[in-house]
Design a protein around this ligand. Sequence first.
Ligand code: G3P
Ligand code: MG
Length: 230
Amino acid sequence: MAGKTVVFGHRGYPAKFPENSLAGFRYAVEHGIEGIEFDVQLTKDLVPVIMHDERIDRTTNGTGLIQDYTLAELRRFQLAAGELIPTLAEFLTLVSNQDVQLNLEFKTNNIQYPGIEKIVMGMVNATPLRHPVIYSSFHLPTLKTCQQLAPNESYCWLTDQPVVNAAAFVANEHLSGLHLSHYQDDVPVAERIWTVDDPALAEKLFAKHVAGIFTDDFVGMTRLRDQKQG
Ligand code: G3P
Ligand code: MG
């Protein structure tokens, strides 16, 4: 019998809280979330912060690129509900010693932040965590840099394209998983699918026992997973 699909909160719990906010992460941890996916970028003064977009325009009351602000400057802006942009340090404090799996996505597909891999992995390694972190990125060279720093961690490539000859690809790239926007039946390593908010799609993926799904509503999807997988 294949294992249970792990339900990851995509950017925390955006169905109820601002995406990638400490309030959402805190609620999720306090309510038994199994996994959290979150996106990391660097400020001008090289502080890792958690945000999906490279620009702050969509999710805050400010405008501009994260990389053009110091952390102190970024803190002048607010997410919805008065939340501040979280730092990775704040997030790691929140999840330390918690029974939650973490998927740290390096948001380096459009902007490559020099040195982000070493800064981020150093902070993660200094944090007491109960599960190994899964590192992912759309930008394969980011994962290659991470592998040089720490070859034994878990690295998953993100793509919204079909992966041709998946077995050879993951072997050549030394990946422990693929994070896909679609299901593939030829993936020989952990396969996690994003973003799964449609119950009909989720049921199909639960029937396949994919390793994980990323969803905006971890509460509803965990309930459905338990109904389908017991
Ligand atoms: O990691 C899964 C998913 O978050 C990838 O897409 O754009 O939401 O970061 P995106
Ligand atoms: Mg992401």
